[in-house]
Design a protein around this ligand. Structure first.
Ligand SMILES: Nc1ncnc2c1ncn2[C@@H]1O[C@H](COP(=O)(O)OP(=O)(O)OP(=O)(O)O)[C@@H](O)[C@H]1O
Ligand SMILES: [Mg+2]
Length: 252
């Protein structure tokens, strides 16, 4: 079986900083893969590389469904079926909640179609925002904005969804709801997911496999159970005074 995503020899320097170091991994269709690592480990940079927001150093290969993504602009990559959410929400200000989802759909050929309005409305229902479709996006609470991010990403009908800390800033009830939603779209739509998250409890329940990064490098890979016990992961989170967040330290 061809991997859905195949990455090899991925490197990124920002001046003297080697933010992503020789990463190679693949993701099979239908997986939920977790990417774990302390602040500054290179997780968001990895997403920026996969989605064409920044270009990797020479020598890398990134293939999605067997096709190289190198040199493609972000909208082309989205059009091929990779959607992402952002660590900081980026709604389109001045539009309603529904319009934000429609714009998400229009961003990709796969998302366009005659039933756009109805589909956008249905997606809002799915993420618990049905009643807020006509509300200006500015008035949404932070938790609702995070939900909208997911509806917007799903509107493009991705085959691969990249989530960047979707639980950040949410309370435990909201995290449980969002987690259930991710699991549900994963099952219903056969969506493959890569999840970056510091909230370890929900993260570990959701993902089937973890890639742990530190200083841009893979320090461990394996099942969630193995990863939380892995000496290099414990070291990365608790061995340094400045790394990770308190919950991560607590769980590790
Ligand atoms: N555009 C950029 N220019 C220069 N340096 C950058 C740029 N983007 C990221 N970096 C640096 O690269 C390193 C990795 O950053 P990245 O945002 O990928 O970390 P992260 O693992 O997502 O961290 P966090 O958990 O805090 O979100 C950091 O040292 C960061 O300061
Ligand atoms: Mg980040």
């Amino acid at each position: 079986m061809t991997a859905l995503l195949e990455v090899s020899a991925l490197n990124k320097h920002f001046g003297g900083l080697h933010a992503v170091k020789n990463l190679s991994f693949s993701v099979e269709p239908g997986e939920i893969v977790g990417v774990l690592g302390p602040n500054g480990a290179g997780k968001t940079t990895l997403y920026n590389l996969l989605t064409g927001f920044i270009a990797p150093d020479p020598g890398a290969s990134i293939a999605f469904e067997g096709r190289s993504l190198l040199g493609l602009a972000p909208h082309r990559i989205a059009g091929l079926g990779i959607s992402r959410t952002f660590q900081l929400c980026r709604p389109f200000i001045g539009m309603t909640v529904l319009e934000n989802v429609i714009v998400g759909a229009l961003g990709s050929k796969r998302g366009r179609g005659a039933d756009l309005d109805a589909r956008a409305q249905a997606l809002l229902g799915r993420v618990g925002l049905a009643g807020k479709a006509q509300v200006p996006v500015e008035v949404l609470s932070y938790g609702d904005q995070r939900r909208l991010e997911i509806a917007r990403a799903l509107a493009a009908k991705p085959a691969l969804l990249l989530l960047d800390e979707p639980f950040a800033g949410l309370g435990s009830g909201e995290i449980a709801d969002l987690s259930a939603l991710i699991r549900q779209v994963h099952v219903d739509e056969g969506l493959t997911v890569i999840l970056i998250e510091h909230k370890l409890r929900e993260f570990m329940r959701l993902v089937g496999r973890v890639i742990a990064l530190d200083f841009g490098e893979v320090i461990a890979q394996g099942s969630p159970e193995d990863i939380v016990r892995h000496p290099a992961v414990i070291e990365a989170y608790i061995g340094r005074g400045d790394a990770g967040d308190p919950e991560a330290r607590h769980v590790a």
